[in-house]
Design a protein around this ligand. Sequence first.
Ligand code: C5P
Length: 422
Amino acid sequence: MAPRAAGKRVVLGVTGGIAAYKAVEVCRRLVDAGVHVMPVLTDDALRFVGEATFSALASERCRHSLWDDAEAIPHIRLGQVAELIVVVPATARFIGSYAGGIADGLLLATVLATRAPVVVCPAMHTEMWEHPAVQENLSILVRRGVQVVPPDEGRLAGGDVGAGRMAEPAEIVDAVLGMLEVGPRAVARRHKDLVGRRVLVSAGGTREPIDPVRFIGNRSSGKQGHAIADAASERGAQVVLVTATAKPGPPGATVVRVDTAAEMQEALLEHATDADVVVMAAAVADFRPKAPSGRKLSRSEGLHEIVFEPTPDILAELGRRRREGQVLVGFAAETHEVAQRAAAKLSAKRADLIVANDVSVPEAGFDHDTNAVTILAVDGSSRQVPLASKREVADAILDIVVDRLLDRDAPAGGDRDPRSDL
Ligand code: C5P
């Protein structure tokens, strides 16, 4: 038995999807773990599973209506007494209505009337799961602190196979018990922790034209930025990757290909407006030829003088325009005074994190498959990541990003000290 979870009151919401039959198993396992389970079924859930089943297995009788109860306001009581609400399965309609604040029925009224943490377990066909409307609604919920136990890939109703199959009951029960005992961080760590988050990443080195065939560039390969985009995508984020390379982006990501700092700035400012996280891993040129020639400069014309002008500082601009709650990450690729220069960038660019990258370390930085960094945070903390694959470095950065996102979430998502309600 999970000691801290024992006796806790959990509303088990069940909505109308075929995965509703798995909610019976979730109910039984939670009761076995000592949890006080209060089932609430939607009208459509009743088409898949019976009220009698839940009434028999749960700690209280099953409820499904706002109106047939002796209590005048059952949703308020349920919302107030619940220490956690878990919705198994959560249909596209439930997610949409909850995001929109539509109290259509007892379960929706209850999740809107509670201050307890809410966990949703989506289940639907792949097409619906991947629909932007569903993903946007989920993002809204995640931003408000709702925890998501994301669906797996597998067999769906009708014999189709794909993403959208609800997580297994054991995994859901694990998440609920983890939430009751430790709080959302424990749950986030066990699951895809960037589901519902929009992550914007820049990668590669910009090229600033001298003439139509020549450019000023740098040694950046884009490997670190692409590794961050890949890691974020695998951790469930909706990724927009603005890249100055020809490398493929992660499956399902929006990839914008750019050449110059100006093009990169335009793409990033456009996509940053609704991003939850921006990681500026690109090596942006600091200067560009002021007046690139429209035709190829030739040797026969003799030496040419190139006058440079500064490029826009994109990270600083993103810092100025940052929307509330957005986590902004910059890089400092340096060859000397790395720590001081990185620390100065934290404040100058109004970033939350600066990844200090000493590119003079052997096997680290430009074009290598490995990197070694120190991640500096605006709160004064820092984490060193010794030489590791760029993917491992990406995950270390994203671990800190997730912590900051959880810190900023609405109160419903904040870690509660489970002892406070003992
Ligand atoms: O101070 P510096 O410009 O080198 O800071 C590096 C950080 O700023 C990196 O995150 C890089 O992507 C970003 N940067 C930028 N625009 C520039 C130059 C750098 O956003 N013009």
